[in-house]
Design a protein around this ligand. Structure first.
Ligand SMILES: [Fe+2]
Length: 420
């Protein structure tokens, strides 16, 4: 009897040990599974800073033209033709998703957002997911205006809440989670990838990911990691510094904290915009792609594809239809407006036209290269007599040129990153 009991106890002990070991193995495999994200696979078109203004609130008259003519490089006089041509190209390309990283509107007017949302519907109707984010020119804009003739009237700007309503079909309605305190959301794109769209343009925390949104973001990142998903992030303002002259008001003010959290959960790439120039920078394993403004020369967007262990990116310029002139040449001339404040200063200083024009043309060429992201031939500009002459004129943009000269030889219009 005693032997029987001992044998039963021994069998029981063995069973318990086996169960404990099995449970430990199961928990370990679960934990291991949570840590390993899937290799991302997606096919996206990415664009930023469309700055669309509805023709319902803009007669393109004297006031609107005067507003642009100061130093604004945007091609907004033809924003309908540009936007429609772009969206038609997206439909032809048939990506899985179109990601727009803010500044959808010219000046935040509700009517511009409603009009653009109507145009984006055609993209969704073609079976392409559209994801949007508010930029600083989309919400809480005190200068939202209706332009008529030589005058304008202020009009209602979108808010975070109305932005979410107008663009409900472009991210918010089908999001896995929407942050209550901002227009941030997490979108489950496919079986491998989630897109985290972060709103840095709330009324209380402009150019910052608000503290409550940061908490929400951490929960979303953790959840995605547990579900084995790769995360692609979008923000309007930049995550990293691209140019030391574009920090305050350009890079989100809590960028270190946000970048640390994103890195912790394996995010390798953020899609941003805002500066209007094309640039790409990597810091401690995370890369920030600043898309140039679609509305500014050379009016380009990006094609972003992930397959296996790499993400590849390349830009394409919009072939603008519906105009009877060379749109790229027009956009190039719009870029020259950035030289207008210098022109005025040169005139004030009594510089003659013959001296002035080559200097202004040079500054235009500098901007065309820098904004397009094609710095491959920048040395050709640097090593000219006219550049030496430009840099010798007091009060010119020498610091700006010195900083962007560091990018000489680079091509920000294409890159490949490793997802592991
Ligand atoms: Fe913008």
């Amino acid at each position: 009897m005693k032997n029987n009991i001992s044998l039963k106890n021994a069998v029981l002990i063995v069973i318990v040990v086996v169960l404990i070991l099995a449970a430990a193995w199961y928990l370990r495999s679960l934990k291991k599974g949570a840590k390993e994200s899937a290799a991302p696979r997606f096919d996206a078109v990415v664009a930023s800073d469309i700055h669309f203004i509805s023709p319902d609130i803009n007669d393109k008259g004297e006031m609107f033209q005067r507003l642009l003519s100061g130093r604004d490089a945007k091609t907004s006089l033809y924003c309908e033709e540009l936007t429609d041509s772009f969206l038609n190209e997206v439909i032809e390309r048939k990506p899985e998703v179109l990601i727009l990283t803010g500044d959808l509107a010219f000046n935040g007017a509700l009517q511009s957002h409603k009009d653009l949302a109507g145009r984006l519907k055609k993209v969704e109707d073609a079976g392409i997911t559209v994801l949007v984010l508010p930029g600083n020119h989309d919400v809480y804009c005190g200068n939202a205006a209706i332009f008529h003739g030589d005058s304008y009237d202020l009009t209602e700007s979108a808010t975070s809440e109305s932005f979410k309503e107008i663009y409900a079909d472009f991210g918010y309605n089908e999001a896995l989670s929407v942050d209550e305190m901002s227009a941030s959301y997490m979108y489950d794109l496919n079986e491998t990838t989630r897109v985290l769209m972060l709103d840095a343009n709330t009324a209380e925390h402009p150019c910052e990911i608000a503290p409550s949104t940061l908490k929400w973001m951490k929960r979303q990142l953790k959840r995605a990691k547990n579900d084995g998903k790769y995360i692609l992030a979008g923000i309007h303002q930049n995550l990293l510094v691209h140019n030391e002259m574009f920090v305050n008001g350009y890079v989100i003010s809590n960028s270190d904290e946000v970048a640390a959290q994103l890195r912790k959960y394996g995010v390798k790439l953020t899609l941003t915009g805002h500066m209007h120039n094309q640039n790409f920078v990597t810091l401690d394993g995370i890369s920030d792609l600043a898309s140039s403004a679609l509305s500014v020369y050379p009016c380009q967007y990006g094609i972003l594809k992930a397959e296996g262990t790499t993400i590849e990116y390349e830009t394409a310029e919009v072939n603008v239809k519906g105009v009877d002139f060379d749109f790229k040449e027009f956009a190039s001339r719009c870029m020259d407006r950035m030289s207008n404040p210098q022109r005025e200063r040169f005139i004030e200083d009594g510089m003659d036209e013959e001296t002035m024009e080559p200097l202004l043309k040079l500054f235009g060429d500098v901007n065309r290269m820098y904004f397009s992201g094609d710095m491959t031939h920048f040395d050709d500009l640097l090593n000219t007599d006219i550049m030496s002459e430009y840099l010798s004129v007091e009060g010119n943009h020498n610091m700006y040129i010195d900083l962007i000269a560091k990018e000489s030889g680079k091509d920000f219009r294409r890159f490949t990153i490793d997802t592991k």
